[in-house]
Design a protein. Sequence first.
Lengths: 321, 321, 360, 360
Amino acid sequence: MPTMTYLQAISDAMRQEMRHDERVFVMGEDIGVFGGAFKVTDGFIEEFGPDRVMDTPLAESGIIGTAVGAAVVGLRPICEMQFADFISCGFDQLVNVAGKMYYRQGLPVNITVRLPSGGGFSGGPYHSQNPEAWFMHAPGMKVVAPSTAEDAKGLLVSAVRDRNPVVFLEHKHLYRRVKGEVPDGLYETPFTARVAREGTDLTVFAYGAMVHTAMEATEDLDGASVEVVDLRSLVPLDEEAILASVRKTSKALIVDEANETCAAGAQVAALIADRGFEDLDGPVRRVATPDIPIPFSPPLEQAVLPSVDRVKEAARELLEY
Amino acid sequence: MPTMTYLQAISDAMRQEMRHDERVFVMGEDIGVFGGAFKVTDGFIEEFGPDRVMDTPLAESGIIGTAVGAAVVGLRPICEMQFADFISCGFDQLVNVAGKMYYRQGLPVNITVRLPSGGGFSGGPYHSQNPEAWFMHAPGMKVVAPSTAEDAKGLLVSAVRDRNPVVFLEHKHLYRRVKGEVPDGLYETPFTARVAREGTDLTVFAYGAMVHTAMEATEDLDGASVEVVDLRSLVPLDEEAILASVRKTSKALIVDEANETCAAGAQVAALIADRGFEDLDGPVRRVATPDIPIPFSPPLEQAVLPSVDRVKEAARELLEY
Amino acid sequence: MATKTAGPEGEHAPGGVASEHLTLDDRVALLKYMLLMRGIEERAMNLYRQGKVPGSFYDGYGQEAVSVGSAFAMAAEDRLCVLHRDLGAHLVRGVTPARILGQYMGRDGGVTGGRDGNIHFGDFRVGCVGMVSMLPDMMLVATGLAMAFKMRREARCAITWFGDGSTSRGDFHEAMNWAGLQRLPVIFVLENNQYAYSTPLDQQFAVDPVERAQGYGFPGVRVDGNDPEAMFEATREARERAIAGGGPTLLEAMTMRMHGHAAHDDMKYVPKEQVEEWRQKDPIDRQEARVRDLGADVDALREEVTAAIDAGTQEALAMAMPDPATATDRVFYDGEEDLVLGDGAAPWSGFAVGARDRGA
Amino acid sequence: MATKTAGPEGEHAPGGVASEHLTLDDRVALLKYMLLMRGIEERAMNLYRQGKVPGSFYDGYGQEAVSVGSAFAMAAEDRLCVLHRDLGAHLVRGVTPARILGQYMGRDGGVTGGRDGNIHFGDFRVGCVGMVSMLPDMMLVATGLAMAFKMRREARCAITWFGDGSTSRGDFHEAMNWAGLQRLPVIFVLENNQYAYSTPLDQQFAVDPVERAQGYGFPGVRVDGNDPEAMFEATREARERAIAGGGPTLLEAMTMRMHGHAAHDDMKYVPKEQVEEWRQKDPIDRQEARVRDLGADVDALREEVTAAIDAGTQEALAMAMPDPATATDRVFYDGEEDLVLGDGAAPWSGFAVGARDRGA
Ligand SMILES: Cc1ncc(C[n+]2csc(CCOP(=O)(O)OP(=O)(O)O)c2C)c(N)n1
Ligand SMILES: Cc1ncc(C[n+]2csc(CCOP(=O)(O)OP(=O)(O)O)c2C)c(N)n1
Ligand SMILES: [Mg+2]
Ligand SMILES: [Mg+2]
């Protein structure tokens, strides 16, 4: 198996799926000749031409809205937001048009919206957001967030093939930092959780970049056996996998890079507090970013994003509980 | 004290605050001559003139964005969305411009955005939404949701005077169904929770219309002493009041009209599961609307909105736990 | 690229030169769909008053020519995003009165099975996308349909409708710019009915939006929106251009919303004279006079329409309410079948076999 | 209402008739602010290369005339929403090089104290609102400023800048429509620098957006964006009209983004000849030649500017990084003081005491 970066895996998924299925095309700002702000579609326009690698005007509502139109006549658009933050400008089309069409009208909307998200590199308030919880709270769309190169490829293939709108969170800070073996060819990764490391004393739940933070923080925690569950899919949320892990470890720590209130982590905590209550042997702890815009300056940003140290500390507290 | 409907109390707050403070003005679609879709600003244009009761074009981004501009030069706009659902079209201006300005630039944005929200009257997918969790998950804005006429007035006065963006959820289904004594004159209601009924066996947490559902459901529950906490403010969330009530009753049920995942109720549950864990004597239960668009037809809508019966059942289960 | 007028004073004036593309049967069909639209909406309004239509109720009284005339010019393989004053388009595409009335009443057999309400529906099997409330979001969806047609090099066209008020929102601009830039086969029908809810035109824009089309690189054409034949002809021309690669057209249908915004609205804010003035231009009266002059049996047609609506009403009233146990079904699709927009009825004689080859 | 051109071929052509509203000191000041802008951005770019500027770095190399010229026409009590190529506007309003360089480096003493990054700042105490990334959201904020001025019947004007790419988004339309409808005292400066990131104009719109102004009921004026005096004069006129109740103006500043979109962008997608062509029109060279001809000591000015930047750099480098313990402070404001936009510097001689009475 070839080794790829997370970013290459995303490109590979799209390139192969576009070769495989002529209904699939990509659209977004500067994705053509320029190959995208992060070069995810580098070389695509040469291979697939400007029709299937569509450079759009600066218009996020336009991108999502026209993608919906193209989807309902049988195409399978993959929309790139230049940064996840800009989805706010296409928010209405996504939550009200794409998300509700199938329930209301029986007409599925087969679009994938790629959101380069997350902070950690001084992107500041508008290039660091993690907006997934907004879409978890908007019925009718699936939400996935890979942490590894292998899952990035497999989840993206699944997303493109899924008949429903799928919001695909790709963490910018993983693009080139994370590498791994990625199977050749096309494969689908299911929208379920993955046990990143087995353990018995405590479970850390995370997704996206925070999986790596969680792994690092609990690698060697005074000999404790810490399970790390990579949620991978937020909608559907793999409730059984979450509850099964709590059943095993009795202790849950949830790590979330997004702003804390009403985040994905809050939903996981609420789930455990309800259906996992009997298995709990300690409070359900969370480590998340406080409810502030992500500050630009490195000392400020580092102070608020969940760090290995904060996760370690919370894990230790829970283990000692 | 005069008796007023919830709707009259909202009008009264604005009318009096506009008389009291010439910086305050209202803007929105059809709020002038027509008096607003729900007649909340009926008679306003006659009293305050078209400058301070500004009929706007159909442009939600325009409403929020221009309000931000007016606010930073010293005015205090109150924006009306015709239905809360349409805030999706002004979402970006609200979360990215209004919400982040003070943190980023030190410049507070004194706007109030009124959102007539909620279902229960066959409004269908686009006239029934409860979008508050999106704004709880967007740093920099306060979020309040009154359940009584008295609080509707007091919270709105506080919202208008608050230097920060405040999202004011007014539940359409309470407009004319809820009446109560409302103090004359201007008063501010703090952004804290309110104990709607004292109790010792179980606490039901709710806000907006669900406070009434909670009260009715637990009025006579086989003699149990059920506390009902009306959250009133979602940001800031009165964490101490929530935890104090759990300390007293040891059992928590959270009722939320919004779609369940990542809702306000999830945040309350997560809080209790963390900081109230030691006081808990049972799982943290939730009753909410499943993750679907709100259906139009009465039997479908009634099947999904939290009902008195569903709350009763959940409360009984918890009491018996 | 300049703004044309095909309005009351133009070639499509009432009683003026009729389109050479319409047979008498076509003209009668236009009347029939308008009568059906008005009749169904009147019936629905009665059902609303009887408490049988939940929620709110919107109609297009007085605007029937707009949706009927323009939908009539669309081919089976074209696709439509139909808005809230445009019941006529659904009828032209072949949706039955029963399914529409069932829709209004929230019945299981209504177009959306009670999932969505009132006029928020579209039968995708006949090529229509159900509108969303957020105006004018569907302009972008229609633009996307056209984008797909162009990408696949198909000779098809998309059409959508929206009101004067809707032109104030950003999505209007994004759709117009996108369609103009890519020269997409899409027709935008701006239904200028003088008001957006209570808001008159002069509180919405300084310059009539039809003038804006040229700023996006395509023509804006003003049409008498109370003449179904004028609407047909303008749409037919726009469609022909679109299919020939000529790009989009903005048609401004000049009309008047003769009822309140919705059932609860007494439209006190509308001057009586304005309503009176437009009553004289009633599209049904005009088309009726026109075809009567040409020898059509209008009385029989009216009876036929009434009978169809009566039957549809009975059928709709017999439909069950949806089963509450199904309320949470159908959030995600994971079936096998490809559910995409299908072809609809295209009753214009120009689409009959052979007619196409004539280049109609 | 038609589109005017005040471009290279117009009255403000390089070496053409200079504005009668500018003294020699004003002209030198224009040069000074442009030199400051270019110098500070060059310095910041060096600091970026040294790893002292975190995140990304954007500049306005080659576009200095746009923000400097137009900001120079604004009065102390006017208000500005300044965009990412418009450092010159901050300088005209009186923000010091040290605070700007501190901003780029994320220092505590930078304009936002490290909360926001690079060019995303505004010192509200001198009348500037810090931009947000979402383009062109600030057009609506500027429109709102003007709305407040009109409501309070104040003789003040708002101005904002935005790029050619930004015109594709809905907020452009909502702002243009709103401002035109209410005839608000706001100036929209469309900075047409040929590209939106990598996207050339012909992939953004079919018709140049300056043509759209008339569709909103106000003039669109094309200006030579590489001539600070042309920018000044067009803005001065627009401001005068605005304050007299004449409504908004769209100024299209024709210019060229001479650097990549941001520091990482090698702009391979830009033809070399295009860059070469525009290099000939460098705004600083042109203004320098102009004032040198009129007898100004440009060498001294350059030294003065370099010294100011050197000193600012030292000052900025000496600033501390923000204290991590403060990261979560200042989410909500609950102080006593009214924090609203304040007056800024307005260095144009026309604003000097007495000048106003002359109607300048
Ligand atoms: C984005 C959005 N904001 C507000 C509304 C509420 N609303 C429903 S219809 C309407 C007026 C629409 O006017 P117009 O576009 O002229 O259509 P008409 O009803 O006159 O046909 C308004 C404001 C809406 N549907 N969508
Ligand atoms: C709403 C939005 N979408 C995407 C972006 C990402 N982005 C940043 S600058 C830029 C190009 C802007 O072009 P233009 O408006 O012409 O300004 P210029 O940089 O050329 O001055 C893009 C796409 C953005 N800032 N805002
Ligand atoms: Mg209208
Ligand atoms: Mg540009």
